[in-house]
Design a protein around this ligand. Structure first.
Ligand code: MRU
Length: 357
């Protein structure tokens, strides 16, 4: 694997797929070793691993586990069994397009009926993983070029090495800009209710000795009003054909506040996050997670007994609020349908779009 981080969130080993259990961070670095695709689907659903590219890569390795298991135990109909596992994996989380994108890549490889199918599938999963890391480094460079020396940034959720194959999308840009000596302050929004910002982004940046200041999600507009940030930089779970960005809940509020305060909104996402089959963001299935994520904290009730909650975990930011979309193929300023079609046409084979799962 090229250009590794100080930690690996996803690692293929001979004894199984190692996943850093992100539910335990920042207090504990605990790895699960998974041996079958059904356990991996559960791990994706339960947020052991999360972040759009990371769940795609994880699902790709899960197809290898599935093929190994069924080749051994059900040699007569192993491919049908793998397809059943693929369905379970695709259903694990509905919003990130990278999950179905990676599974489609694995299915295409499966359909080639090669000798040593498990080894070929492993090769494919590794390619997906390595290409994601490369894409992130490229995006990091492009995004950092947009940033002026002396700027400060706010990021949301965790779009870092934990959420990708390595290096990160939004955090890749921040890492590159920091390494270039451009950034004064990096702010991270807590990202209620799962606290990806407080638990994961803060941990990840500090692993690289990048100082980070946490703010509550509700402090961001005030941070902008005080002129403390020039950029908001996020990742994406899906970018629709018209440039609408589907990302962690709160991204839309940030983009609105950015426009009002003249702060630039940058979205960094690989081409595998582009969904040309989805005309606009209103078509996407937004994941609703258990309301206990809001009503409780670490198992303890937070809210008044009897209160109900609404917990959509992603939102849709209209393309008109995005100043720059940064991909590994380059920067798209003020993304729209025409510019994304052009970007997609230039993209290398293997970056085809996919349907809502
Ligand atoms: O619910 P999560 O933690 O999986 O949500 C993750 C995000 O919203 C990220 O911003 C997105 O997947 C981009 S990760 C490079």
């Amino acid at each position: 694997m090229t250009r590794q981080n100080s930690f690996q969130a996803i690692e293929w080993t001979d004894s199984g797929l190692l996943l850093l259990d992100q539910r335990c961070l920042p207090h504990e670095q605990h790895y699960l070793c998974l041996q079958d695709a059904v356990s991996v689907a559960e791990a994706i659903r339960d947020m052991v691993v999360r972040g759009a590219p990371a769940i795609g890569i994880t699902a790709a390795y899960a197809v290898v586990l599935s093929a190994r298991q069924h080749l051994e135990h059900n040699p007569d109909n192993w491919q049908a069994r793998v397809q059943q596992d693929v369905k379970k994996l695709a259903a694990a989380r509905p919003t990130a397009v990278n999950l179905v994108w990676a599974l489609q890549r694995m299915q295409q490889r499966l359909a080639r009926s090669e000798a040593e199918p498990a080894a070929c599938l492993l090769e494919e999963a590794r390619q997906i993983h390595e290409a994601d890391i490369e894409a992130n480094h490229r995006m990091g460079g492009y995004g950092a070029n947009l940033i002026n020396k002396g700027d400060s940034v706010l990021t949301h959720c965790n779009a870092g090495a934990l959420a990708t194959g390595g290096y990160g999308t939004a955090l890749g840009v921040i890492r590159s800009a920091w390494a270039a000596g451009k950034l004064v302050n990096v702010y991270a929004g807590e990202t209620r209710p799962w606290l990806q910002g407080a638990r994961l982004t803060a941990w990840e940046l500090l692993q690289d000795d990048i100082p980070v200041t946490l703010v509550t999600d509700s402090a961001s507009a005030f941070l902008m009003q005080g002129g403390k940030v020039q950029w908001v930089i996020t990742g994406a779970d899906r970018v629709a054909a018209n440039g609408d960005v589907i990302n962690k809940i709160g991204t839309y509020s940030l983009a609105l506040a950015c426009r009002y305060h003249g702060v630039k909104m940058m979205v960094a996402a690989p081409l595998s996050t582009l969904d040309m089959a989805m005309p606009d963001g209103q078509q996407v299935a937004i994941e609703q997670r258990p309301t206990d994520e809001i009503l409780k904290f670490s198992g303890h009730a937070l809210a008044a007994a009897g209160a109900t909650a609404w917990n959509p975990v992603f939102d849709v930011t209209p393309a008109s609020l995005v100043d720059y979309l940064v991909t590994e193929a380059g920067i798209v300023a003020a993304p729209d349908r025409e510019k994304l079609a052009e970007l997609h046409d230039q993209a290398p084979v293997g970056h085809s779009s996919s349907q809502n799962s």
